[in-house]
Design a protein around this ligand. Sequence first.
Ligand code: UDP
Length: 494
Amino acid sequence: MLAPSGMLAPTEVHIRAEPLTCFAPLLGEAGWHVLQERVEQARARMAGRTFWNVNSTSRGGGVAEMIPRLLAYARGAGVDARWMVLEGTPDFFRVTKRLHHALHGSRGDGSPLGADEHALYDEVLRDNAEELLALVRPGDVVLLHDPQTAGLAPACAAVGAHVVWRCHVGCDTPNAEVVRAWEFLAPGLAAAQLAIFSRASYVPPQCADRALVVQPSIDIFAVKNQPLAPDVARAILAHAGLLRVEPGAPEPVFTRGDGLPARVSRGADIVRLGSTPAVDTPLVVQVGRWDPLKDPAGVLRGFALLARAAPGLRAELVLAGPAVTSVADDPEAASTLNDVIALWRQQPHSLRQRVHLACLPMRDLEENAAIVNALQRHATVVVQKSLQEGFGLTVTEAMWKERPVVASAVGGIQDQIVDGVNGLLVHDPSDPAEFASAVRRVLCDGELAARLGARAHQDVLTHFTGSRHLTDFARLLERLDVQPESSGVASMAH
Ligand code: UDP
């Protein structure tokens, strides 16, 4: 369907159904039986309805990572799950990025969040709603993700859909910025039947009566997380320009979501001085969007301290993120990367030789996933030195790959890492020295690194996989009181 010219309209991303049977061996007989029961209930409740998910980007970041995988399994379970990505203007995304920062308790670019910004926000969402409402029917379930979409709630509720808003960001200790963000979002959120948060501490007073905590998850069967032999991981990194080429190396291959074999053929765009890391050089790796709250500059400062304090350590640092123009709703990426490059240029020659700033190709998202997978698997230590973090899927991914993770004790990272048990927490995220000493600990103690990694894998399996998340979705339908059609409620609504 075409929107009237000049109007903004959401785009549907088509999702292939994925059978749930892959979870059976992981869950054991009893667990598999419980999942099937839950899924059967959900399918009955959703018969004749659509489960819409709306967010603001199809690529880059944790939400775009999670939605398609969960919806694929929902479709595999017989639920008509569909994904719509709203269209915004640069000004709209500037305002919503400001909101994103404010929900994290940060000022972002310090721009106002007043009546003018609200008018701009509402206007873009009004356009998008027009197209969306041509599709949403009474009795459907609409899951709106993050601040970009909250303003769609009243229009979706008005057509008789069950509207749920899901917030993937938050701040443990709310401040004036957080209050400002909630005030901005309040009119939209008033129309949501339920609001989902990643942590209980993120729930604002406005949503306390309708809040549900659902932790994010990774899809352990996705290209991003598929098993990769060490030499193939090295071949992929060598091909991408992130590791020295080994003679006789295998092809840089991975398996696509549809089961077909593919090769990594694009390279990363890398700022470095001198040569690529040798195959046996220990790598400290952070993967993430180029966002100041991920603190890539802080990682560089911490690594510089480490290199000074332990001159004998051969470790090198890779800071990797998506190509800067690839993530539609993240207008800050280029300036954040430029700041890191400027800081890198200020470092002594010897340090610059050991720090690699990589923008990973995003044209083919499965190829990007294969490179991220290879980087995480090859890393000696994976770090996530965020100043704020909604949940931190990069942490979950690295834990799944049995890597020792050193990460800040902020937001949802605290729900994943138990300090000293399945990773190391940095208690003061603004202290590069504490970060450097934790990284040094794992680099110098192979036994510790192996113990943390092994336990991390187990903990992800127990708490953060798709089967748990799908069970939470089934619980959500129960909370919404979505009744199977046979009870008459849905048929009346239709
Ligand atoms: N990611 C990616 N390619 C990149 C950089 C990041 O696929 O070049 C993915 C990363 O693997 C993870 C997600 O983006 O799945 C980031 O999620 P996270 O929850 O860590 O942070 P967010 O970006 O949502 O703040």
